[in-house]
Ligand binder design. Structure first.
Ligand SMILES: [Zn+2]
Length: 281
């Protein structure tokens, strides 16, 4: 394990092949090859197998996301994610709460955090079709803020069937960060596609708003974010595994970027460790 700055992947899915829809499995085969599916089955066969994979990829900690997406996947429920991650402190479970499926958002968050040990929440507005500044979510944000639980939100494009891109505009988060100034929010994919500038500007403006860069080719980061160093403390590495299989390739690519060394260390884990409240060991 790293002694100083750990390497943290802030975005992996532990949805099993059996939980994915046929549509997604077909996409994965076409996109990443037949062996990616075999690897998915093997790597998620046990927490130990996942930890071995993370070791191979040079990852110290990974944030594992629950997902309840009727449109693109089956379901990777909070209870299973928490149980899977419960075997190792290196696996950090994030719950998902779908406002169209769960009636009492606050109770479910409390259950996920207190009973299951989830350390954060992932919202999927693009797939579940709500605006993040919808008032029906405000009690959930208030409780997350009270509990000190960070929320990651999908922003930007998606190629998955059923996604509606308007819900991925990071600008809607501006309301949320203004109304919940102590709440930590992470923009997954940093507004990928047509909202890079919006995501960057908002992260610069708001102290507790962060950008996560999964799904973005590392070599393109200086193009997407020409003033990246100005947000050096606000950018967090993630892979979106299994959508990306060569995590260590992306880590190496980030290490080769023409950025300050301390900026790269922050991106690869320093900032995530702070957001997650991980202490150096
Ligand atoms: Zn993802």
């Amino acid at each position: 394990m790293a002694m100083n700055t750990p390497i943290i992947d802030f975005h992996i899915h532990i949805t099993t092949a059996d939980e994915y829809t046929d549509w997604f499995l077909k996409w994965l085969r076409a996109y990443a090859g037949e062996e990616a599916l075999a690897d998915l089955r093997q790597i998620l066969s046990s927490p130990q197998a996942l930890l071995e994979y993370l070791d191979e990829q040079g990852i110290d900690y990974a944030v594992a996301l629950a997902e309840t997406n009727p449109l693109i996947t089956g379901t990777c429920p909070n209870d299973r994610v928490a149980e899977f991650c419960g075997t190792s402190e290196r696996l950090i479970p994030f719950a998902d709460i779908n406002p169209f499926v769960t009636a009492d958002l606050v109770s479910e968050l409390q259950r996920c955090v207190s009973d299951l040990g989830c350390r954060g929440l992932k919202l999927y507005p693009t797939y579940q079709h709500f605006y993040v500044n919808d008032r029906r979510l405000y009690p959930l944000y208030a409780e997350a803020q009270r509990l000190g639980v960070p929320i990651m939100v999908h922003t930007g494009s998606s190629v998955f069937r059923g996604a509606r891109l308007k819900y991925g505009d990071p600008l809607f988060l501006d309301d949320v960060v203004v109304d919940f100034p102590e709440l930590t929010i992470i923009m997954a994919h940093s507004g990928r596609g047509f909202w890079y500038d919006t995501a960057f500007f908002l992260a610069k403006l708001h102290a507790n708003l962060y950008m996560e860069i999964s799904g973005l080719p590392p070599r393109k980061l200086p193009t997407y974010f020409p003033n990246l160093e100005r947000n050096a403390d606000k950018i967090i590495f993630g892979s979106d595994w299994p959508a990306l299989t060569d995590i260590k390739g992306n880590i190496s690519a980030i290490r080769r970027l023409p950025l300050r060394e301390d900026t790269k260390a922050k991106i690869l884990g320093g900032t995530a460790a702070r957001v997650l409240g991980l202490t150096a060991k």
